[in-house]
Design a protein around this ligand. Structure first.
Ligand code: ZN
Length: 141
């Protein structure tokens, strides 16, 4: 991974189409997650609040729900989450079209970070890099 990251070019912010906030909760913090969800729906009408996932799913190691929001909302929404998260762990990730990097190198956390289950995303990412490298080698011949 370090080798891949060292080869990455500088990216422009315009690559970000939108963001997700993943709000993680457990049996104790679910009540607060529920209250925060109602407030988000009331205050941030342009944000899209996803359904409850009461178990781990994909790279997400514990229960969560997702909020999709535009780059225009970032400056207001993310600080608001920081002030009101209480004991929730919140992953903020951009959507650039590269799911693995968006959930790893591009990830931002509000509160302490959790270890995401990135193995299958990483494998697909590395396979894609290999295929691209093979394609470039063929094109260069
Ligand atoms: Zn997401």
């Amino acid at each position: 991974m370090a080798e891949i990251l060292s080869m990455m070019k500088t990216q422009e912010v315009s690559a970000i189409r939108g963001y997700h906030a993943h709000l993680y909760y457990d049996g104790v913090s679910k009540h607060h997650a529920w209250k925060l969800r109602r407030e988000i729906e009331g205050r941030f009408e342009d944000a899209v609040v996803g359904r409850w996932h009461d178990k781990e799913m994909g790279p997400h190691p514990v229960s969560f729900y997702q909020v999709a929001f535009s780059p225009e909302l970032f400056a207001e929404f993310v600080p608001w989450l920081a002030l009101n998260r209480k004991d929730l762990n919140i992953l903020i990730h951009p959507n650039t079209g590269d799911g693995y990097l968006d959930h790893s190198a591009h990830a931002m956390w509000v509160g302490p970070s959790l270890d995401l289950n990135l193995d299958s995303m990483r494998k697909r990412y590395e396979e894609r890099l290999r295929n691209e490298a093979a394609g470039e080698a063929v094109a260069a011949e």
